[in-house]
Design a protein around this ligand. Sequence first.
Ligand code: ZN
Length: 452
Amino acid sequence: MTPIFARKALLPDGWADDVLLRINDGLIEEVLPGAAPDDGTVATGCIIPGLCNAHSHAFQRALAGRTEERSPAGRDSFWTWRERMYELAAMLDPDLLGAIARQVYTEMLQSGYTTVVEFHYMHRDPATKSAGMGMFEALTAAARQTGIRLTYVPVLYERAGFHAPQPEGPQELFALSLEQFLEHHDEAAGRQSDKLSVGIGAHSLRAVSAPSLAAIAEAGRKAGGPIHLHIAEQQREVDQCLAAYERRPVRWLLENAGVDEQWCLVHATHMDADETQRLASSGAVVCVCPSTEANLGDGLFPLADYLAHGGRLAIGSDSHISINPFEELRWLEYGQRLATHSRNVTSFRTAHVGRELFERAVEGGARASGQKTAGLARGAPADLVALYDDDPMLTGHGHESRLDALVFSGYRLPIEGVMVHGDWLVADGEHTCGTESRDAFRAAIAALGAKR
Ligand code: ZN
C-alpha cells in the first residue's frame, strides 16, 4: 500500500521527525525516520500507536448513564449495580449484543483504541438458554464490521460464590461446565485469524473453583494466549476469599496459580503492600479500569507502589461508562494525586507523566491482548492513530509534552484518522461506518426499552 509520511511519530525509542512507514499485508514493514515525502506518500501531522482496551464487557454499554440515580433504599453499591447489569444481561440475544458491541467498537476506534480484549462470560442465549457459539459470533461480527482487532477471552463462571457451588438466578446464563467451557474455548481458538485471537480466563476466584482454575491455567499455557481474571475488585470479595482460602485473592493466586507473564489480572484494586510488590515482580500485567472503578466505587489501585516495583500496566474501559483511553490514563494519575496530595506521581521512567502512562499502556496492552510486538516497530501490526498536530490542544507542544497535553488537557480528542491492520477505519475523526453502527445501536436500545 501507499507509504505513510508523518512529520512526527512516536516510535518505541521515542519521538522521531519525518518518519516514513511502509506497510505490507497489515504489518509495518519498514520505519524510516529522517525521510522525505514523495508524491505517492500519504502525509499526516503526527502518528502514535493505537492503544489496547484490555478489558471490555461490550453489552454493558447499554447501561451507561442509566444507573446513576439513587435507589429508594439509598445504599447503592457495586452489588446493587450488579443487579441492574443482570437485568440487562437477561434481555439480550445475539442480535442485540452484536448491535451494542458494534457501537462500542466504533466508539473505541474513534477514541484511539485499535485492539479490544472482550472478557466474555455470557455464553448462553437468554431466549433459548442454549450454549452455542451465538454470542461469540455476535462479538466477532461486530469486530469485523468495525475493523477493530479483537482478542476474545472466554471466561468460566461456574458458581455463585466460594461456598455456593451452583450459579444463582441470572448467573445461569453464564454457566458452563468446565468441559463445555474448554470445548467452547477450543472451538473459538480454531477460528482465529489475522485480527481475531483467543485467550482464556476465569471470571473470578469466587465464581470458579480452585481445580477448575488450575485446568484453565493449564489450557491457557498450552494454547499460549493471555490468561485473564477479575481478581480483587471489591473489599467484600477479599473478605470472602480470606474466609474461604485463608488468603487475600492476589496472595492466594500468586501462591497457587503459577502467575507469570501470560497472566492479566483485572481490577487488582485491593492489595496490601506485600501483594503489590510480589505481583509487580511476577511479570503479569494488571489491567486497571479507572473510569469504571470510580463509577462503581471499587477503590483505588496502588499504582505508584506497583510501578515502583516494576509492575506492568494495561487499561480498560470495562463497563463503558466512558470510552476514552486518555481519560483512563488521566484518572490513573489523578487518583494518585488526590490520595497523596502531590503532583506528577507516575514518573518513574521519564519526568513526563502523560508520556509515561501512554507508553506503559502500549506495552502492557500488547501483552494483555497476546501481541508479540508493541508500538510502531518493524514487524508490528499497522495499528496507529493520526493526530491533528495543529489542533489547539497540541499547538506549540514539542516532543517532551505532546502526550502530556493529550492525556491531561482535553475533552475533544484531536484524532484525524485511525488505522488497524493497514486499513484506515476512521477519517476526519469519524468511523467510516459510524452511521450504520449508530442506527443499529438506536434500534437495539429501543428494543431493550420495549422489553422492560
Ligand atoms: Zn470486568
